[in-house]
Design a protein around this ligand. Structure first.
Ligand SMILES: [Zn+2]
Ligand SMILES: [Zn+2]
Length: 106
């Protein structure tokens, strides 16, 4: 299976989302590791967040929200390629509607 090269940059730099083509600015605080419009991320970390050691590079879709103690809300991303779940901090400028869509329905 040949896969096109992805240019999703996960360090704290601006990037164009491979899912929705939204042009993301670098994060004001912390690290921009997912699209703030559709919350899509890429599987680049292996065991430690930020290690960039994963050989998977699959697209990661937000699947749910997780309450993580003092850290607050985390987005649970699931890799479409290998199925791994990874939690990421919600960024202050993430799209609120996208976050709300991840909340459990009443
Ligand atoms: Zn996006
Ligand atoms: Zn993966």
């Amino acid at each position: 299976m040949s896969r096109e090269r992805k240019n999703f940059i996960v360090r704290n730099e601006g990037f164009i989302c491979t899912e929705c083509d939204f042009e993301n600015d670098p994060a004001k605080t912390g690290c921009r590791n997912h699209c703030r419009k559709c919350l899509t991320s890429l599987h680049v970390d292996n065991t430690v967040p930020g290690d960039r050691e994963s050989i998977c590079r699959g697209k990661m879709k937000p699947v749910s929200l997780d309450q993580h103690g003092k850290k607050g809300q985390m987005i649970v991303h699931r890799c479409l390629t290998c199925g791994k779940n990874i939690r990421n901090m919600v960024a202050p400028d993430d799209d609120l509607d996208a976050i709300i869509r991840l909340m459990p329905q009443p």
